[in-house]
Design a protein around this ligand. Structure first.
Ligand SMILES: [Zn+2]
Length: 442
């Protein structure tokens, strides 16, 4: 679900991009057919698509062999042009039909594992086993185990108001619990709007509602929110800071609604981060529902809100998986990775079975090129990405200076499947120079 595992992309410096499986083709493209023709192997029958390894080069049959060399071939001209062998590049060998086989396997794993392949579940472990089994013969496989804290909502949240008529807000449509929210179900409470800017400013972050502790106090220094729920507008500072300021001032809950610009209308779905110290429940609201509440409490100061959230932080253990070639210069390692974990809500076939399956097929097909590798290649399947890039962060933070220096570049695959695809590279204005070089090369 994330962008480029940016943490890792950042570390990559790709000055020496010498990973060129195309080197198996000793001649230039214009000599392409001739090159293969000279390596015709008689006395065998090959079928179209079959690859063979000959003289440490990979060839693929493009036509049925008839136990004749092309020189002896006497078929019609158009068949004659289709010489029996071509030298394919790695990208020709990584075919979508083969990737689909792995995706079907991931789906089957999810079907047998509570419908998902999320980190620290059976579905994820089985996905790791599936990859390991395919690569164990030709790669050095390493599992990197780690533990992490994650927050999950354990009961559906509840939000309702009393006036002008009782109204129950719809979870996921009108409001959504912030990750790492505190739990609790305060008594029906009054609401206090905090430094709201309506109509909203033209630019995002025009509002600084709740960013200052002083927003929650009157000029006499009395708290505006003791025992109340703070109604706060998005903008200018983190959700965490707004919620903690509310909690310090004595609020029993916080509702943070979207700021109101064109692309700030929907339900705010935020995270308070695991460092959140406010302990009070916090939900995001859509701009419409938030602005409506602001005017309703002006008309009906006695309006009360019932607000209830139940969540829990737990410790989980899971693993990243690495498959590394024995061939190639270890001081110039090229890393390619993808997160293997799905969200808990589904099998994660596009996000990110697609990246993981593509990577797996890439590794399988690379086997034929191994003797020709200049660079060490390390494939990685990250875990706990969906909980906040935890697996890849763990990896980077535990690299020694030497290991760090030995990595030439890193490429990340996430959600690469589509029925109506276009080729894109995740990009940003603020990428470091190394990532910029990779991008330009791709
Ligand atoms: Zn993803």
């Amino acid at each position: 679900m994330s962008k480029i595992d940016s943490y890792l992309a950042l570390l990559s410096l790709c000055f020496a991009m010498a990973f060129t499986p195309t080197q198996v083709r000793s001649e230039s493209s214009s000599n392409y057919h001739n090159a293969c023709r000279s390596h015709w192997i008689p006395d065998k029958l090959y079928w179209p698509g079959q690859t063979i390894n000959f003289n440490q080069k990979i060839y693929r049959a493009r036509w049925w062999s008839e136990n004749k060399s092309p020189d002896q071939y006497s078929g019609p001209w158009n068949i004659w042009k289709k010489l029996p062998f071509v030298c394919p590049d790695l990208d020709e060998l990584v075919e979508s039909r083969r990737i689909m086989t792995h995706l079907r396997a991931f789906q089957a794993i999810a079907d047998e594992s509570d419908g998902n392949r999320a980190a620290a579940t059976r579905g994820h472990e089985r996905s790791l086993d599936y990859i390991s089994e395919k690569l164990q013969d030709n790669f050095v496989l390493t599992k990197q185990e780690f533990s992490y804290q994650s927050w999950t909502e354990t009961e559906p949240p509840h939000l309702a108001r009393s006036l002008p008529e009782p109204f129950e807000y719809v979870h996921d449509v009108d409001f959504a619990t912030m990750r790492w929210s505190g739990s609790g179900s305060p008594e029906p409470s009054s609401i206090q709007a905090i430094a709201i800017q309506l109509p909203p400013g033209e630019e995002p972050n025009s509002s600084a509602s709740g960013c200052e502790a002083g927003d929650f106090y009157n000029e006499n220094g009395d708290s505006l929110v003791t025992g109340k729920i703070a109604l706060i507008q998005r903008g200018s500072c983190s959700f965490r800071l707004k919620a903690e300021n509310a909690a310090i001032a004595g609020a029993v809950g916080a509702l943070i609604f979207n700021e109101g610009q064109e692309n700030r209308q929907g339900v705010v779905r935020g995270t308070l981060s695991e460092d959140y110290q406010g302990h009070i429940p916090v939900s995001g609201l859509s701009f419409a529902k938030g602005a409506e509440l602001v005017s309703l409490i002006e008309e009906h100061p006695e309006l009360k809100v019932t607000f209830q959230v139940q969540g829990q932080a737990s410790t989980y253990t899971t693993s990243n998986l690495f498959a590394e070639t024995r061939e190639g210069d270890p001081e110039k390692t090229i890393m390619i990775g993808s997160h293997l974990d799905s969200v808990p809500e589904g099998p994660g076939i596009n996000d990110n079975g697609s990246g993981s399956a593509s990577l797996l097929e890439m590794a399988i097909q690379l086997e034929g090129f191994l003797p020709t590798l200049k660079n060490r290649v390390r494939f990685s399947w990250w875990s706990a990405e969906e909980s906040g890039l935890i697996g890849s962060t763990h990896y980077v933070e535990n690299l020694s200076e030497e290991q760090w220096q030995a990595i030439n570049m890193y490429i990340n695959l996430d959600m690469v499947a589509s029925p109506n695809f276009g080729r894109f590279i995740y990009d940003s204005e603020n990428i470091p120079e190394g990532s910029r070089q990779i991008r330009d090369k791709l």
